[in-house]
Ligand binder design. Structure first.
Ligand code: ADP
Ligand code: MG
Ligand code: ZN
Length: 200
């Protein structure tokens, strides 16, 4: 009897603009070149771009299905699961905790699951189901962006402006990538402008 193919959990994380979506899209495209059947999902919180695709800040795209919850993702995926080998999930930090047991269930069914998501919030706290996913994954890719203040590798997402809500979706102008030295949690726009930065 041949052994069933083991599944695999891959997590791609880092701050905004670190290339998570780019890397997810790259892996999904390569899987398709290898003639594997791919399904891609994103939470419907991410209204920046299109509901039927994921996109990177560098304008690469991949077809995706927008779902509101893990339950909705399951309802779409399970009826066609026999036909799917690779499952991509973008903005995984916005999913509910049920994403973690679902990922475990899928990996035990021999699927390759690739999850991209922010590791931390604008307050530098672990974000949603990502910490648990990092813990159970086969492979973690931690990406950094470029600090918009000093050009060093950036691990933080700086929110510009005063909102303290966890989810303010948008992109350019609202958030920027910052290194540890330039990151100011809770700083508003004016304070950010008044920062005395090491190189200035
Ligand atoms: P993420 O999904 O992690 O937010 P994307 O894959 O959407 O990232 O975008 C990555 C692209 O964003 C880079 O290839 C680059 O073209 C662009 N970009 C814009 N600002 C930055 C920055 N501060 N650091 C790195 N890349 C940036
Ligand atoms: Mg992204
Ligand atoms: Zn910096």
């Amino acid at each position: 009897m041949t052994k069933p193919t083991p599944g695999r959990i891959e997590v791609i994380s880092g701050p905004m603009f670190s290339g998570k979506s780019e890397e997810l899209i790259r892996r999904l495209k390569r899987a398709r070149i290898a003639r594997q059947r791919v399904a891609c999902y994103k939470p419907d919180i991410d209204l920046r771009y299109h509901r039927t695709s994921i996109a990177s800040h560098s304008a690469q795209t991949h077809e995706a299905i927008t779902v509101a919850t893990t339950e909705e993702l399951k309802a779409d995926l399970f009826p066609r699961l026999h036909d799917i080998e690779v499952i991509g999930i973008d903005e995984a930090q916005f999913f509910d905790p049920a994403l973690v047991p679902l990922t475990v269930e899928l990996v035990h069914l021999g699927k390759r699951i690739i999850l991209a998501g922010l590791d931390t919030t604008f307050a530098a706290e672990p974000f949603g189901p990502i910490p648990a996913l990092l813990a159970i994954s086969d492979e973690v890719t931690k990406l950094s962006a470029v600090c918009m203040v000093c050009g060093a590798p950036a691990i933080h997402t700086q929110r510009l402006g005063q909102s303290q809500e966890l989810v303010v979706v948008g992109a350019a102008g609202l958030y920027e990538a910052r290194c540890r030295a330039c990151f100011r949690p809770y700083a508003d726009e004016n304070q950010a402008e008044q920062l005395e930065l090491p190189h200035s």
